[in-house]
Structure formats: structure tokens, C-alpha cells
Design a protein around this ligand. Structure first.
Ligand code: ADP
Ligand code: MG
Length: 386
């Protein structure tokens, strides 16, 4: 049975529709990440699950219990839901010690002294804070405070853990450290988790699956690799780019030998496409491809398009090359071997070959087809780590 089921949830604040018809299932022991830009409805969704906010429509099931149903009028209070939540700002009780902060939830539940002591010790051990029991939150760093907040939530053993951007107030080094610690804790406890972030890196590393939310709607739910290689629409492709996704709009043109993209921003810069797109000749499309999917060609054939080289960014054994395509303000990024780079000068022209990519209908449309992408079988039964 799924740990959490959301069916057709909608929630508006006056005229702002924060959630629109959100349907999502979280499996038992799964780590599901909700990824989306600021203001897209992530916090509202978590608050609805926790019972801090009531949706206008839809249903929420936690395990085998109905926690909310607009239709039947069921609305469990936050206390009745067995949900733990960790927020962006670590809301610790400032006048209590670390130990007391972590013990607080169990005290409220009147847990016996012996069990309480054991569980607090175990939670502090999980977040690596043994020896900090007597410290006051004031004397801790941001990362340590967030670990206390995590221990305080873990100790109550909720059936679902909710995280609202818990790492985004930390400096980058701490963030990476705590991220791996979270992953370890999840492997140890197997606690079903819903983790909200606007950081696609964090999402890809932590998530068993990632749900991308745009303007209050779930655009795609997939495991990270599938999300990266087969984004369902142009916005998801752009949002999952790390750090950049090439977006080229144009029209498909066919000749006897070739299928070409004629870019809107430079109709003389033909870009070859695989033959499978021949049936779409005449269609307006958007091609999205990651920089590593585009190869730079120092000396392209006469009938291939050329782009202006505007900058190089050398990395280990290769370089990322920034190119201008006609009057398009978006740069095209391609990779080049350092050997090939020797033949290329800034402000000179070079060709590109798109070896992997996805084609979408029109300017902002939906996935029409993919080429060169790895085959990623869709799992029928999800394999959850035991
Ligand atoms: P996110 O967490 O993804 O940044 P939120 O869920 O906080 O997004 O907000 C989604 C939308 O709902 C935003 O437009 C926000 O301004 C609006 N919103 C959220 N909470 C309230 C509220 N209590 N009153 C009015 N508008 C709200
Ligand atoms: Mg938020």
C-alpha cells in the first residue's frame, strides 16, 4: 500500500491558484523529491499533507487512513496525521537544551522515561550529535541546528517525513555534507520522505523519484535519469538543466538526403536532424539538448550551418564552448575536446552536431520525439531499497 496518496488536490488563496488538480502517490519507504521554482506551490502542498492547510478540493490518504476529503468532510488535525516536518528555518526552542528539544515531542506523548532516553540518544546518534545534549541551540552552527531539528522530527518516528527546503539556508559546503547525511539516514530508517527543493542538483541526488511542479501543477514524476533524458516539456527540460539546456526553435525541413532544422534565429544555419523526424517536415518545433549532447565541429561541411564562437570554458580534458546562433539571445553551449579547441578561435565560426536531444511541438510544447538518448526502461514495480 502507498504511504501517501494525494488525489486531485486544489487550493487557492483568494485569486491565486496555488495547487491545481495535484495527484501523486508516494510509495512506502520512498524518498520522493518535489522540484520547482519559487512560488510554484511546493510549501502549500506540504502544508496540505501536514494538515496545516486545508485544500479546497481533493483527498489525502496517509497509509490506510483518509486524512482529508473535501467530499466527505474528513479533515484530520496535524496531530492525528503521524507526519513529521522539517522546515527551512530551524525552529528550535531557544530556552531548551539540545536534549530537551529532541525529547519534547516524546514528552508530549507521555513516552516512558527509559524508552524516551533511548530514542533521544538514537536520534542524536543518527544526526552525529552525540555529546551535544547539554548545549543550548544558541551555541550551535546553522548546520548543527538543522541536525537538531532533524533529530527532533526523527525521534517521533512519523509515518511520513516532510522536508521544506531544509538545506537552502546553509552554506554550500554544509549543504552537501548534510545532504549525504540525510541520504544515509533514509537508508538506515527507510522513512517515507517527501523533500521539497528548488535545486535540481539536490533533487537528482536525493530522489528515488522526482516530481516537477510548475504553477501549481505536477508536470512530470520520474526517476532522476529518466527526468534528465526525457523531460516531458520544454520548461521541464530547462529547469532540469545543469547548469544549462540548449533551446533552439525552428522548422523541420526535408531534402532528398537530409532532414534539417532551420533555426528561427538564423535560417541559413541548417542543423542536421535524424531521419526519424522526416514525417514532421514543415512542423515548428523546439529542440532541447544538454551541452554534453552537442559536439563542436571545427571544420564543418559546406552545407552545414555555422555559429559564432563567443567564449571557451576549459575543464578537465575538454572545454565548454559558448556559441551564438543568429540573433537568439540564448547561447548554445557545446563541448569540445581540448585537441579540437586548438583549431578554434573566439569570434570565428564553427559547426555543431546535436548527437542527443528531444524535440517538442511549437515554442513551449510537448515531447514529440527523442534521439540518441539512452534506453531507460520504465519500471513496472518500483524497487524500493529495503
Ligand atoms: P513555493 O513553496 O513553491 O515557493 P508556495 O506554496 O509558498 O510556493 O506559494 C504558492 C503560491 O501561493 C504563491 O503565489 C504564494 O504567493 C501563494 N500563497 C501561499 N501561501 C499563501 C497565503 N497564506 N496567502 C496568500 N497567498 C499565498
Ligand atoms: Mg516554499
Amino acid at each position: 500500500m502507498p504511504a501517501l496518496e494525494l488525489s486531485s488536490l486544489s487550493k487557492s488563496f483568494h485569486t491565486v491558484a496555488a495547487l491545481k488538480d495535484v495527484t501523486l502517490t508516494v510509495e512506502d519507504r520512498e524518498f520522493l523529491v518535489i522540484l520547482g521554482p519559487s512560488g510554484c506551490g511546493k510549501t502549500t502542498l506540504l502544508r496540505c499533507i501536514a494538515g496545516l492547510e486545508y485544500p479546497d478540493a481533493g483527498e489525502i490518504h496517509i497509509g490506510d487512513r483518509c486524512a482529508y476529503s473535501a467530499r466527505s468532510g474528513t479533515a484530520l488535525s496535524p496531530r492525528e496525521r503521524s507526519i513529521g516536518m522539517v522546515f527551512q528555518n530551524y525552529a528550535l526552542y531557544p530556552h531548551m537544551s539540545v536534549w530537551e528539544n529532541v525529547a519534547f515531542g516524546l514528552r508530549m506523548r507521555k513516552t516512558g522515561k527509559g524508552e524516551l532516553g533511548e530514542r533521544v540518544a538514537r536520534a542524536l546518534q543518527m544526526v552525529d550529535l552525540e555529546g551535544f545534549e547539554k548545549r543550548s541551540p544558541k551555541t550551535l552552527s546553522g548546520g548543527q541546528r538543522q541536525r537538531v531539528a532533524l533529530a527532533r522530527t526523527l525521534v517521533t518516528e512519523p509515518s511520513v517525513l516532510l522536508f521544506d527546503e531544509p538545506l537552502s539556508n546553509l552554506d554550500p559546503k554544509l549543504r552537501v555534507g548534510l545532504r549525504s547525511q540525510l541520504k544515509q539516514i533514509h537508508e538506515q530508517t527507510g522513512a517515507t520522505s517527501v523533500f521539497v527543493t528548488h535545486d535540481q542538483n539536490e533533487a537528482m541526488i536525493l530522489g528515488d523519484r522526482v516530481a516537477v511542479i510548475q504553477n501549481g501543477t505536477i508536470a512530470q514524476v520520474d526517476e532522476p535519469r529518466r527526468l534528465y533524458h526525457y523531460p516531458v516539456n520544454v520548461d521541464v527540460a530547462i529547469f532540469t538543466g545543469n547548469p544549462h539546456t540548449n533551446v533552439i526553435t525552428g522548422q523541420i525541413h526535408q531534402s532528398d538526403e537530409r532532414v534539417l532544422l532551420i533555426p528561427d534565429s538564423d535560417p541559413y544555419c541548417f542543423l542536421p536532424l535524424p531521419d526519424v523526424f522526416r514525417p514532421h517536415a514543415g512542423a515548428s518545433v523546439t529542440v532541447c539538448c544538454r551541452p554534453e549532447d552537442v559536439e563542436l565541429v571545427a571544420d564543418p561541411a559546406d552545407d552545414e550551418g555555422r555559429l559564432e564562437v563567443i567564449a571557451f570554458n576549459p575543464e578537465a580534458g575538454r572545454a565548454v564552448v559558448h556559441l551564438r546562433l543568429g540573433n537568439d539571445p540564448r547561447q548554445v553551449l557545446a563541448v569540445s575536446s581540448t585537441r579540437e579547441l586548438k583549431h578554434i578561435k573566439r569570434t570565428a565560426n564553427a559547426g555543431i552536431r546535436i548527437i542527443r536531444g528531444n524535440l517538442y511541438t511549437g515554442e513551449t510544447g510537448f515531447l514529440l520525439g527523442s534521439f540518441g538518448q539512452p534506453a531507460i526502461p520504465q519500471r513496472v514495480h518500483r524497487q524500493i531499497r529495503q
